[in-house]
Design a protein around this ligand. Structure first.
Ligand code: NAG
Ligand code: NAG
Ligand code: NAG
Ligand code: NAG
Ligand code: NAG
Ligand code: NAG
Length: 328
């Protein structure tokens, strides 16, 4: 019985005496657009005894390979070239167990980082995994694109669709209905303008990342889209003398789509991980849907026109025939 007690006490001191250092637990970090130029790999020892860096040795490993070490006796840091931006978050906090590392986001690679600390005869280690954000999957050597891939694809294809639909509407109205030369020039130039905005916006936007350039790109895609609302109105004025209710409804819907797209843009532009991309896409989708309906409408009106009222060319031909008959 007595022996057993001693045994337990011995075991206890063994456990406590060689006491391991313990750490604040951070299982993983996510790398995404919201990371600034630097990323912090956390490592905080919670039970240091000496509070002196002289007794400490710190080693940081990436996937098992040491890339950074700190020798407290010499107060000397050694690091691997591939992690030359690595540094202690705050060197004066080492004695208090804060040995977190700051690394440039570009240099940080995805994987497991191990922080190993020794204080006198006590030691311990902790692991933190650097993962790609589930919201925007990435390879750490690449730029994380702003918006999810499917959202990026939708935005780009919808704006291209909007531009193509406009040109189809313009060509059909110019061919089938009366349109003055000045109006044709005006509508072509404005159409060209919106096409240029869309192309430049798309080029900027596909650069990826949450940068000023990419934000400008999406701004150039969304904001000038207002132009297609008056453009549709001017096309309709060539088709109808008095706008029918359906045309007015289409114009109102198009304007509404624009308002929604701009609201979505405003909600997204300040977010490194935009949550309301769907609002922006919905707005653009309404604009393009209205454009498609408008195109079909113009085509139907155009073909009816041919059946009921003979185009001017035919009238002229019959007049010429009449003249010919009279001359004979
Ligand atoms: C070291 O700091 C801890 C708390 O941070 C304290 O409990 C301990 O007494 C300190 N040890 C020395 C030797 O100052
Ligand atoms: C610090 O480390 C470097 C490289 O490992 C070595 O050349 C230098 O002598 C060390 N300095 C001290 C004070 O130990
Ligand atoms: C730096 O790390 C790379 C890969 O992790 C390794 O191949 C290389 O030998 C290391 N260099 C030094 C000086 O430790
Ligand atoms: C490091 O920590 C000390 C104490 O908290 C603080 O006074 C100092 O400003 C910090 N230095 C940096 C570079 O953050
Ligand atoms: C990091 O470690 C965890 C647990 O051991 C493992 O599941 C994961 O696959 C590792 N990650 C990498 C990138 O090796
Ligand atoms: C990153 O991409 C390269 C080549 O595209 C690939 O070999 C590597 O495994 C990728 N790394 C990760 C962490 O996905």
């Amino acid at each position: 019985m007595w022996m057993l007690c001693v045994w337990w006490v011995l075991l206890g001191t063994l456990g406590a005496g060689s006491a391991q250092l313990s750490f604040a637990k951070v299982p993983y970090l996510e790398i995404n657009n919201c990371n600034g130029p630097k990323i912090i790999l956390p490592c905080v020892v919670t039970n240091l005894k000496d509070n002196s860096s002289m007794a400490m040795f710190v080693s940081w490993q990436f996937q098992g390979n040491q890339f950074f070490s700190y020798d407290g006796v010499n107060d000397n840091i050694t690091k691997n070239n591939s992690f030359n931006t690595a540094n202690f978050l705050n060197r004066s906090m080492i004695p208090y167990g804060i040995v977190s590392l700051s690394v440039s986001t570009k240099q940080a690679r995805l994987g497991n980082y191990t922080c190993e600390v020794t204080e006198g005869n006590r030691e311990g280690k902790t692991r933190v995994e650097l993962r790609e954000s589930s919201a925007c999957p990435k390879n750490s050597s690449e730029i994380v694109p702003w918006f999810k891939p499917v959202e990026r694809f939708s935005i780009i294809s919808i704006i291209i669709l909007i531009v193509i639909l406009y040109w189809c509407q313009f060509i059909i109205v110019a061919k089938k209905f009366d349109m003055t030369f000045e109006k044709k020039i005006g509508l072509s130039v404005t159409g060209l303008l919106i096409s240029i905005f869309a192309v430049i916006g798309t080029i900027f936007y596909v650069q990826g990342g949450y940068t000023a350039l990419v934000k400008t790109g999406i701004g150039l895609i969304v904001v000038p889209a207002i132009i297609v609302v008056p453009l549709l109105y001017f096309l309709f004025t060539s088709v109808f003398e008095k706008q029918p209710l359906f045309a007015v409804i289409l114009l109102a819907l198009k304007a509404l789509g624009y308002v929604i797209a701009v609201a979505g843009f405003a909600l997204c532009v300040t977010e490194c991980l935009p949550k309301y991309g769907a609002v922006l896409i919905a707005g653009l989708a309404i604009i393009s849907a209205v454009a498609a309906i408008g195109l079909i409408y113009i085509i139907i009106i155009g073909s009816n026109l041919k059946d009921h009222q003979p185009p001017r060319k035919a009238v002229e031909e019959s007049l010429n025939d009449a003249k010919g008959v009279m001359l004979e």
